[in-house]
Design a protein. Structure first.
Length: 96
């Protein structure tokens, strides 16, 4: 499940459960092809991610364009962090 809020030009996205391609419509609806000053994606309640989830993050980065470096992945579990490291996402996204 995906939920979101916008505060002061920042889009906050909260991912609950598994971040898979099945969530694509919900995930895309949070940003609707709009650019934000920054995006924070909270993975605190996320237990897994698949290749579709990775692709959705890359698509968001593309849409954010010049603000792509202002995407932060927050609360990433050790298991998901290992996946991000394998695909070098630490070079593309801020992680806290």
């Amino acid at each position: 499940m995906i939920s979101s809020k916008i505060e002061d030009g920042t889009l906050f996205i909260f991912v609950n459960g598994s971040f898979t391609i099945n969530l694509f419509p919900e995930f895309q609806a949070t940003y609707e092809n709009k650019k934000f000053e920054s995006v924070i994606i909270d993975f605190s309640n996320t237990d897994s991610i698949d290749s579709g989830g990775l692709g959705m993050l890359l698509q968001l980065r593309t849409i954010q364009g010049e603000n792509a470096n202002n995407i932060t992945l927050k609360g990433v579990s050790k298991q998901i962090l290992k996946v991000f490291e394998v695909v070098n996402f630490e070079k593309l996204f801020k992680m806290v």
